[in-house]
Design a protein around this ligand. Structure first.
Ligand code: F6P
Length: 561
């Protein structure tokens, strides 16, 4: 017999705990409630279920919750000791137990004078020193003082990285592009598919390009492969290969000084961060170097300050008024009780278009787990599928399913009021659509309203009867509206930190370690063996018949005909 996949047959007992059971009973009684009735019953519903923080508004009134639901959800958070765990994280305790690490991305944006200790060392001096090093470097690049091998200033910065070493800084650059440097472009290469780097290099000149190789481990196959290709391109393009030339065009961001030196990057040109920063939480560190160069250190620091403000809110606000906690518990409500499988992030701001992709990693790599902290199998669902796209484009693509599909998909609408462009009319159209969508999802449209509408538009009702059922909207689709005054660096910092803490709270409620990612290992290991098999001429005997069949087919057609 095959050995069991989970070592212990023991299962988590979370679903039998008092707070969970109380929520289950409450769900059984209230599951049919329609939000429209809740709005009718409580004229103050918006005031009762919304919260303002700095220049941000969270309206969560369009959710299938009552005050009682929220109370029971907060009871569950309390039962899970969310506050205690939060304090342990901020204090630098090693809450990432499977890797024996602290979880301190919050130290990277600690703008107070408070020391933060890991293994009895105050980490703040080195955090600040690294930021200062990045400031000096970025200012040289931005001012044109950093000169390439041919005596020319840098015009193009290419970040080579993947996952957390790509998605975060890329998203920040796009989000803050109104603050960008006028003469410097940034590019991101992540995919090991040679087409990605080939297309990129085709647009660049070696004498004015700076490569940032960003990798926490500096062992990631995709990144090192792309970095080597870039180095070869640089060397062949320059026609000269001195260490000095390379050091003017290649810098690294990593925790692994040894590997960086082996690659041939001068340790002087390495920006450091530490093992207590998870890759998907690293955009606040020098992993953000590309964004620091692009928008300048002053703006980057404002982003850190915004995140620090959200950290303070998360630490100080009571659970009932705590934005990340509210969002997290709403997610638990839909995922664990209503059985929602996914959740969509829908920014109504073009500059936030990469936020959904960033949050996919942040959330799914953190909470996509089925074994709890004690090594017990969970008997409840954990991280949801996170997906999304710019709202307005999504309306013309997948919103049909949100409005009339069979699934419950809670949504986060994110909008900013003051845009960075001069086209006021565009902004109003955008805002009206955001508002209309959340209203439509909540209200729906019943048969009488549909008939009325048809009549008003001049349609003869007897001719439209068969169309009627298709035009009815059940409504009752939950959404959060997160509205910010303007997408500034500070506002962006608050927004990202808000989601990070939401993910943290959910991980605590589900009793997970949100800061490891063992699930990415197996495929990586298998790929190493397969890579050797692809290159060898030997007959393949290992693998299941599907993998073997695919491998052989690939080899057959890979051979030049
Ligand atoms: O394979 C997943 C992962 O380890 C992510 O967690 C990480 O963000 C990404 O790969 C890149 O890792 P690195 O920064 O070490 O290259």
């Amino acid at each position: 017999m095959r050995p069991a996949r989970v070592i212990l047959n023991a299962k988590s007992s979370l679903i039998n705990t008092p707070a969970w059971v109380a929520l289950q009973e409450h769900y059984n009684k209230t599951k049919k409630v329609h939000m429209l009735d809740l709005f009718e019953e409580d004229p103050q519903r918006f005031e009762n279920f919304s919260i303002e923080f700095k220049s941000m508004l969270l309206d969560y009134s369009k959710n299938r919750v009552t005050k009682k639901t929220m109370k029971l959800l907060f009871d569950l958070a309390k039962q899970a000791n969310v506050e205690e765990w939060r304090d342990r994280m901020f204090a630098g305790e090693k809450i990432n137990t499977t890797e024996g690490r602290a979880v301190l991305h919050t130290a990277l944006r600690n703008r107070s004078d408070k020391p933060i200790f890991v293994d009895d060392e105050n980490v703040m001096p080195k955090v600040n020193a690294e930021l200062e090093k990045a400031r000096i470097f970025s200012e040289k690049v931005r001012s044109g003082q950093w000169i390439g091998y041919a005596g020319l200033p840098i015009t193009d910065v290419v970040n080579i990285g993947i996952g957390g070493s790509d998605l975060g800084p890329n998203m920040v650059c796009r989000a803050l592009s109104p603050y960008k440097h006028n003469n410097i472009r940034v590019h991101f290469v992540s995919n090991v598919d040679g087409s990605h780097i080939e297309q990129m290099l085709g647009k660049l000149r070696p004498e004015t390009t700076l490569f940032i190789v960003a990798s926490k481990t500096f062992t990631t196959q995709e990144t090192i492969t792309n970095a080597n290709t870039a180095k070869n391109w640089f060397m062949s393009g320059t026609g000269r290969v001195t260490e000095d030339d390379i050091s003017k065009h290649f810098v690294a961001v990593s925790t692994n000084a040894k590997k960086v030196a082996e690659f041939g990057i001068d340790p002087e040109n390495m920006f450091e961060f530490w093992d207590w920063v998870g890759g998907r939480y690293s955009l606040w560190s020098t992993v953000g170097l590309a964004s620091i160069i692009y928008v300048g250190m002053a703006n980057f620091k404002k982003m850190l300050e915004g995140a620090h403000e959200m950290d303070a809110h998360f630490q100080e606000a009571p659970l009932e008024e705590n934005i990340p906690v509210i969002l997290a518990m709403l997610g638990v409500w839909y995922g664990n009780f209503y059985g929602a499988e996914s959740s969509a992030v829908l920014p109504y701001d073009h500059y936030l278009r990469l936020l959904p992709a960033y949050l996919e990693q942040a959330d799914m790599e953190s909470n996509g787990k089925s074994v709890d902290r004690e090594g017990l199998q969970t008997t409840y669902t954990t991280g949801k599928v996170i997906w999304g796209a710019e709202g307005i484009n999504g309306q013309h693509a997948f919103y049909q399913l949100l409005h009339q599909g069979t699934r419950l998909i809670p949504t986060d609408f994110i909008a900013s009021v003051q845009s960075h462009n001069e086209h006021e009319h565009h902004s109003d159209i955008l805002a009206s659509n955001f508002l209309a969508q959340t209203e439509a999802l909540m209200r729906g449209r019943n048969i009488d309203e549909t008939r009325e509408q048809l009549k008003n538009s001049g349609v003869e009702l007897h001719k439209a009867e068969n169309r009627l059922p298709h035009m009815i909207f059940e409504g009752n689709q939950p959404s959060n509206s997160i509205v910010i005054k303007k997408l500034t660096p500070r506002a962006l910092g608050r927004l990202i930190a808000m989601y990070e803490h939401k993910i943290f709270v959910q991980g605590i409620v589900w009793n997970l370690n949100s800061y490891d990612q063992w699930g990415v290992e197996l495929g990586k290991n298998l790929a190493k063996n397969i890579l050797e098999e692809l290159d060898s001429g030997d007959d393949i005997h290992s693998h299941d018949s599907s993998t073997k069949g695919l491998l052989n087919w690939y080899r057959k057609y890979k051979k030049p005909s």
